[in-house]
Design a binder for this molecule. Structure first.
Ligand code: PEP
Length: 250
């Protein structure tokens, strides 16, 4: 049985006071032992503070990106060892906005997946097709290739612990959601790709989230699908009420 996981990607939103108020509100209303894994990925300047604020609760903190090397002359970057040092537990890798605006490639994502595991960070590896690729019938080809490249050289045990987020680019922040059947179909193909790369037990263990305009109104239907184990949520994770609603509905 795969544990469901709801992760909030705050992108470049909120001030420190708002971020702390969110955690305080969620903390006060959290079940002590949650059956759902909950992660908030705030902007990097807030990571340390929010790890401290959420300590002792079932709410975990993740980063939105990182570099793949320990340290060096990489102005503006955050290293995997810095995240580990702050007790951050998850890291989103290869989000389509990072691929689009910050030149992340399948190869750099792969290096980061290796670096995440080397520092005991759980990677949330994002894959997804553009609208053009979907219209040309290339969704499965695109997504399978992203998975294959991201997991190059990663062991089966590591792959089992990874999280893959299927996020069709055309559904992110647009209000357009893939139908639950379409999302499930692609998640099933991702699982098959993992089975091809490793074996069936690895494929059965890996958790696959759907992301793209998930909100309280559509999460139950998406999560009723066999291959969807959770959601990576942008906009709807910014408000404590709706984040908690998503967790409750999961
Ligand atoms: C995201 O940022 O990964 C995302 C899916 O955003 P939204 O939920 O706003 O579409």
């Amino acid at each position: 049985m795969r544990k469901r996981i709801i992760a909030g990607n705050w992108k470049m939103y909120k001030k420190m006071g708002e971020a702390k108020a969110f955690i305080a509100e969620v903390k006060g209303r959290l079940p002590i032992t949650a059956k759902v894994e909950m992660v908030i990925c705030p902007p990097s300047p807030y990571l340390s503070e929010l790890v401290n604020e959420s300590e002792g609760t079932s709410l975990k903190i993740g980063a939105q990106t990182m570099h793949d090397v320990e340290e060096g002359a990489f102005t503006g970057e955050v290293s995997p060892s810095m995240l580990a040092d702050m007790n951050v537990e998850y890291v989103i890798l290869g989000h389509s906005e990072r691929r689009q605006y910050f030149n992340e490639t399948d190869e750099s994502v792969n290096k980061k997946v290796h670096a995440a595991f080397a520092h005991q960070l759980t990677p949330i590896v994002c894959v997804g097709e553009s609208l053009e690729e979907r219209e040309e019938g290339k969704t499965v080809e695109r997504v399978s290739s992203q998975v294959e490249k991201a997991f190059n050289g990663i062991s089966a045990d590591q792959a089992k612990a990874a999280i893959i987020a299927y996020e069709p680019i055309w559904a992110i922040g647009t209000g357009k959601t893939a139908t639950s059947e379409d999302a499930n179909e692609v998640c099933k193909e991702i699982r098959q790709e993992i089975s091809k790369l490793y074996d069936e037990s690895t494929a059965a263990a890996v958790r696959i989230q759907y992301g793209g305009s998930v909100k309280p109104e559509n999460i139950a239907e998406l999560l009723s699908m066999e291959h969807i184990d959770g959601a990576l949520v942008g906009g709807a994770s910014l408000v404590a009420d709706s984040f908690l609603k998503l967790v409750e509905l999961a």
